[in-house]
Design a protein around this ligand. Sequence first.
Ligand SMILES: Nc1ncnc2c1ncn2[C@@H]1O[C@H](COP(=O)(O)OP(=O)(O)O)[C@@H](O)[C@H]1O
Ligand SMILES: [Mg+2]
Length: 620
Amino acid sequence: MTAPATTTTAPGKEHQPADETARQDDAFDRDVLPTAPGATAALLRSLLAPMKARVAFTTLLLLLQQAAMQAGPLLVAYAIDSAVPAFRDHDNGPLVAVGVGYLVCALASGSLQSAFVVAAARVNQDVLLDLRGRIFRHAQALSVDFHERYTSGRLISRSTTDVESLRELLNEGLQELVGVVLSFAYISALLLWLDLGLGAVAVASFVPLYLLIRIYRRRAGRVYRARSTAIAAVIVKFVETMNGIRPVRAFRREAVNDTDFGVLNTRHERTNGDALLEMARYVVGSRLVANTAVAVIVLWGAHRVADGSLELGVLAAAVLYLRRLYDPIDRLGMFLNSYQSAAASLEKIAGLLAQTPSVAEPAAPKELPPLESEHPGREVVFDGVRFAYRTGGEVLPRFDLTLAAGQTVAVVGSTGAGKSTLAKLLARFYDPSDGRVLLDGVDLRDLAVPELRRGVVMVTQEAFLFSGTVAENIAIGRPDATREEIEEAAKAIGAHDFVTALPDGYDTDVRKRGGRISAGQRQLVAFARALLADPAVLILDEATSSLDVPGERAVQRAMATVLKGRTAVVIAHRLSTVEIADRVLVMEHGRIVEDGSPDELVAGTGRFADLHRAWRDSLA
Ligand SMILES: Nc1ncnc2c1ncn2[C@@H]1O[C@H](COP(=O)(O)OP(=O)(O)O)[C@@H](O)[C@H]1O
Ligand SMILES: [Mg+2]
């Protein structure tokens, strides 16, 4: 019976070196999942790639706008040195030309700017739309074990605050940066052309500025990463508390939660303070450099105007240009802010997108053999299966089990015995650490996901309802089902009466009327959904636990219908459910300790006989 482990999918826990596991756990705790070097930049490139032409057009608009804007001081220099002297000689042509030129440049710069803002906003919208979609699709495709560790609060924070900080970068920051870089280039060139010496002083001031920016970037990067982790922690705590509002109330957790939330909130606040402090240091440093450069140029320039080696107009233009040059440096700090914040966010998003499902789709999917009409249902084999969750010890130590096609198998055992784990392996929520789970001889890992979902359906205690109508919730089992088929499934389950008693019957919105749909009724809807899906293998994991006794009797009757013609695994606390089974398995500590028909086991002297006797007594 021993079969070699297949190696088609990612190895399970015990094949992973311990330090790798520890590293991964640490990454989850710090909320920064590992990415390949350059993954963040690659993500940004892949987002912009589909709109290359539009990005180029937008950049062109900005280039032209800058050219128009930077013409101003040059015109002033011309006015002072040539047009005003000409005007004194009664030639007003040049001065009129300067005035008209100035006006044209201002108009052009304004309209180009507005065209740019519109074009850039359109590109940004599309980038963000794409990114949110990617996050959703990717997160949805990741395996259950990922979601058990990466809470929904974190996912919410990825697709809200993190996407938002990218939006800020694209909307304001990038425009700012390109503007600043362009004006640096334009202005340095113009200054050098106007006067080599003055230009050289301006260009020399770039060196300390560059160093300042580098230091700021490094320090702010750290602060921003901490800040984005801190805000995520606030959101996680918020979502967790509100999701669990009932136990919070029941156990009077409000005060404790307030304190915990206060701590997280304060930590976020403090990281904000750190960020502002870094910003303030940067602004002080850059102003010092800028003002020193201006002072040098004014003093030296004035000296040269006095001895006649520099024209006054050129000095005036140079000072005007310098102001334009250094003005945006504070804003450059702002940009670096939004850049750092966006980089930290993108890094987290890239880390999320880099996660691969641990339960992978097969490269070469196999098909299930056609169902036999004689014995519908499929044979299930657990072949040398061993399983451990990522966190914790082995739950199933070497497990061999064959369930015949069409059999109804009840699984009982104490809490924590591993019953749900067995069910989840059969539904392929997880892959075994070792061994194989076979459906009609085909390894679950070789089945295409749609085929697996048609083959095996699991109904759990939670019986989750999605927003939408009751009918829509049942139709999830088979989206192309007609209203008649939906109602038939509900009737077979015994849900029809309660549904028709709802205000809008099958069209009742379950969210709006959510309070009126009890846990038991939700389970009935989940049953109807499963019946409609008509899988070859049906797993019910404590799926009748919320039903009251008359409800359970009704379901008992209905279950005979539902389970007929398929392989069924029924995990049940209540022994009444067990009586309809062909075979009963008693599980303890991940092993099957008893196996037989209900009658055999009741007649025997094992655990099931004890349980059954106790149950009988409780009924009397
Ligand atoms: N998602 C999980 N991560 C880690 N350990 C788990 C997880 N789910 C269950 N376990 C552990 O596996 C063991 C078996 O659990 P389970 O299969 O749910 O038992 P049962 O359904 O029989 O009550 C328990 O010790 C439980 O703590
Ligand atoms: Mg369970």
